[in-house]
Design a protein around this ligand. Structure first.
Ligand SMILES: Nc1ncnc2c1ncn2[C@@H]1O[C@H](COP(=O)(O)OP(=O)(O)O)[C@@H](O)[C@H]1O
Ligand SMILES: [Mg+2]
Length: 251
């Protein structure tokens, strides 16, 4: 099963969700592969030393002769493997212009990896460009993180339209698995207003679990750890564990 985490807005918690969902699902004894398609490579940096890497998601696209298995690295977290990203990914968009099969590259390349993992999670950049489209063409499910702030739903129309387009042709099976409210601050009215608005708009698609804004979650990438290793007793760990269970139940 392949799950893509997408929202073309930056700073809404995509990477934080990709990392901690991957770790949370791995903790439930599933074999998990995290594929980092964000040129800023924050997911990768949480789990791996950049110096120890010889190829990653860029090579998945640009070097078709390279075996995909060679681009997968084990992490210190049991059951969790990674295809890391590097800044070179940013060059791909230009390189792929004119390739008639550009949207299908990732799907073709990870075909051979599917059997080795129970769950593949793909982190995407903050655009609806060719990398995000590739992820959606390859995936079974999409999860949309939405930040509980002003203008939270701005841009979701474009995102839902992109999902519909992908569903109408290249990937009719693509399913919106759910929407998760992130960076929730229970002390503010706006957070509560946005949460109820999201529940009205998305109904059952909104996950019950809400991810609160917390210092522990904010600082965990700096320690190169998932929230479960950095602060296992924190609210952030409990929330991402609960989200992981909801995701496994729905998927
Ligand atoms: N629940 C949270 N509480 C506090 N900080 C968070 C939380 N989720 C994300 N952040 C921080 O907000 C910033 C943006 O989050 P990130 O996951 O990188 O978003 P995106 O991948 O959508 O750009 C990062 O600095 C991250 O550490
Ligand atoms: Mg990100």
């Amino acid at each position: 099963m392949i799950i893509v985490i997408a929202n073309q807005k930056g700073g809404v918690g995509k990477t934080t969700t990709a990392i901690n969902l991957a770790a949370g699902i791995a903790a439930q004894k599933k074999r998990v592969l995290l594929i980092d398609l964000d040129p800023q490579s924050n997911s990768s940096l949480s789990f791996i030393e950049p110096g120890s890497v010889n190829g990653g998601s860029y090579e998945l696209f640009a070097e078709p002769d390279r075996a995909p298995e060679d681009l997968v690295y084990e992490t210190k977290t049991p059951n969790l493997s990674l295809v890391p990203a590097r800044i070179s990914l940013a060059k791909l968009e230009a390189k792929m212009i004119g390739d008639f099969d550009a949207p299908f590259k990732l799907r073709d390349r990870i075909e051979q990896l599917k059997g080795k993992f129970d769950v593949i999670i793909i982190d995407t950049p903050p655009t609806l460009g060719i990398l995000t489209v590739n992820a959606m063409v390859a995936a079974d499910h999409v999860i949309i993180p939405i930040q509980s702030s002003y203008f939270a739903l701005e841009g979701t129309d474009d995102l839902l339209e992109t999902i519909e387009k992908i569903r109408s042709r290249p990937n009719p099976d693509l399913n919106l698995l759910g929407v998760v409210v992130t960076l929730f601050d229970k002390r503010t009215t706006i957070s509560h207003d946005v949460e109820s608005h999201i529940r009205n708009v998305f109904g059952k698609k909104a996950f019950k679990t809400v991810i609160s804004r917390s210092v522990r979650l904010e600082e965990s990438p700096a320690h190169k750890k998932s929230i479960f290793d950095h602060a296992p007793r924190s609210s952030g760990a409990a929330e991402y564990q609960s989200l992981s269970k909801e995701v496994l139940k729905r998927a």
